[in-house]
Design a binder for this molecule. Sequence first.
Ligand code: SAM
Ligand code: SF4
Length: 337
Amino acid sequence: MSDPQSQTSSLIDSFGRHVRYLRLSVTDRCNLRCTYCMAEDMQFLPKSKVLSIEEMGFVAQAFVELGVEKIRLTGGEPLVRNGVIELAQNISKLTGLRELVMTTNGVLLDKFSAPLVDAGVSRINISIDSLRADRFKTLTRFGVLDDVLRGISVAKAAGFEKIKLNAVILRGINDDEIIPLTEYAIDNGLDISFIEEMPLGEIDSHQREETQLDSVDIHTQLESRFRLEASTFSDPAAGPSRYMQVADSDTKVGFISPMSNNFCSSCNRVRLTVEGLLLLCLGNEHSLDLRSLLREHPEDIEAIKAAILGSMVRKPERHYFDPNDITITRHMSATGG
Ligand code: SAM
Ligand code: SF4
């Protein structure tokens, strides 16, 4: 991994946006079943349809050669994928990459924090939607809160440059935990982002239009308890999140508002699903099948790069999400959240 001046990406879409950030889904499987993310009875992909660790590393190399500076390993739960540490080791060595990061549910971080740091993962996001053991179990269908809390504490000691918590807030389900989750982040010197639920994939636990909560309401709740100041935080690869500093603390609060605040004009990212489908937009089906190309032309990185470059004209200008209308049948876990 090198740390040059931000290089110019050759990946520019029809709207002049530079793509510098790849989110790579390493598995569609998970050791939890969060109710807003998955249905209870999920069908996972057979092995033949899933990219191998080598294929993922190869595509990552193609993206970095095209100017991508940041890669996030995600899923599904990335830490349940065999070979994920080896993948991280290989990606972090790519010249031109500035940051290799991961989003995880934290359950396996007691075992994997040190290997991840050693493999070159500099920052992690840990998802935690409740600090109440019973509610955590209900929200994740069978998760054990203490596993995640232990994972967070091991991760803190492991030497990541930054740890951020992610919480999806659902009206009437966990919106009374916005302040406790933020207090927990402050007490532990962590950042925290609040995410609006998106209508991705069929779920069977709740009606999304009933649980939708606007980031503005989250902000209002936070201001009743904390002083939020404009953040000087700037990260050229960060993309659409808005951050505020909690006064007199080391904690920044982020708002990820795909429903209430369309941030597409600053979109700098694409996603690679575990099946090798390059998704040009989270909220649209515009995609390119890289798996077929990889298997037709193994080891031909120029063919992969040419296909990725050619796909840029298909990146849509924006998404249109409607909580009542599931036009995107992919679950977030298959997409690479
Ligand atoms: N399993 C890992 C985790 O939970 O952090 C990584 C994958 S998960 C799909 C990535 C992020 O997407 C998590 O923070 C999760 O809460 C969020 N997420 C999942 N489904 C979502 C949805 N329908 N709307 C908004 N965020 C969602
Ligand atoms: Fe698994 Fe993450 Fe989806 Fe929860 S949000 S079910 S932890 S992939």
